[in-house]
Design a protein around this ligand. Structure first.
Ligand code: CO
Length: 283
């Protein structure tokens, strides 16, 4: 008689629970900076996470007129409202509720993101994902995914998961070919709901609660809080009263980060060249 050895996945614990910091960006859009603030400057490979959410047009109407990016990827996930995108590589898009735009700026792109509405709620996230040194000067790439192209799966016992990137319950998200192998899930739990998911153990991961509340590792997570997770595999989240959050993970790059506004490179010399190239119209 033999006893099978049971190997339990390691549980990811909360290592920090933080509120975002109110700020403004673009031409004066009010937003909450979650990653990229003083208490959480970055979370390799993630450089920034903003939540924008207002039903007061003066908080968002000015939008983000023409501005450059080099060296990383910008990811916009819309919950409410409409945003028009245009860039100097000929891409045009209209971001609708439930859609995602994954833009690889690579060697350089100039784009604008402007509200396509004059009133009503504008709500969503922008995440900045770093590129490895070898891909920072890659050809820009633009993936825009319509809401109906993002698979939604049911959680046994109640709840729904939209798979933007990565994999959940045997379902793959539409975003592909990203260097940091990201997971991006939008998880809605009913009252009493439980969510369990295994991530690659070496990936850095966080979740951000944007509706209701949740519990993780014995800690209560209120709306507007980010939870930085420890290394490990299994993520276990419950929501006694119901809640909705994004769970995001990616492979850390472990490379030096040199940042200057919309340019993110590895060295100061590369930043200097980015400014020079942009000013000379080489984007
Ligand atoms: Co931008």
């Amino acid at each position: 008689m033999s006893t099978a050895q049971i190997v339990s996945p390691s549980i990811r614990r909360p290592v920090a629970i933080l509120a975002g910091q109110p700020t403004s960006d673009g031409a004066g859009v009010k937003l909450i900076r979650v990653i990229g603030q003083q208490r959480l400057p970055d979370l390799d490979p993630f450089l920034m996470l903003d939540e924008f959410r207002s039903d007061d047009a003066k908080d968002y109407i000015a939008g983000f007129p023409d501005h450059p990016h080099r060296g990383f990827e910008t990811v916009t996930y819309m919950l409410a409202g409409r945003m028009r995108h245009e860039d100097n590589k000929g891409n045009r898009g209209l971001l609708r509720p439930g859609s995602v735009q994954w833009m690889t700026a690579g060697r350089g792109i100039v784009h604008s993101e402007l509200p396509e509405q004059e009133d009503g709620l504008m709500w969503g996230f922008q995440l900045w994902v770093n590129l490895p040194a070898k891909d920072k000067m890659t050809v820009p790439r633009y993936q825009e995914i319509a809401p109906e192209e993002i698979p939604e799966t049911e959680i046994a016992g109640g709840g729904k998961v939209r798979v933007v990137a990565g994999r959940f319950g045997g379902v793959n998200g539409p975003i592909s070919g990203v260097a940091t192998d990201p997971t991006y899930l939008d998880v809605a739990l009913p009252a009493g709901g439980v969510f369990t998911h295994d991530l690659p153990a070496a990936h850095n991961a966080f979740l951000y609660v944007f509706e209701g509340a949740a519990e993780l590792g014995g800690e209560a997570i209120a709306r507007g809080r980010i939870v930085v997770l420890s290394q490990g595999e299994r993520v276990e989240v419950s929501a006694a009263k119901g809640g909705r959050f994004i769970l995001v993970a990616g492979k850390p790059l472990g490379e030096p980060v040199a940042k200057y506004g919309p340019f993110v490179m590895n060295t100061v010399e590369e930043l200097r060249r980015a400014v020079e190239d942009f000013q000379a119209g080489r984007f």
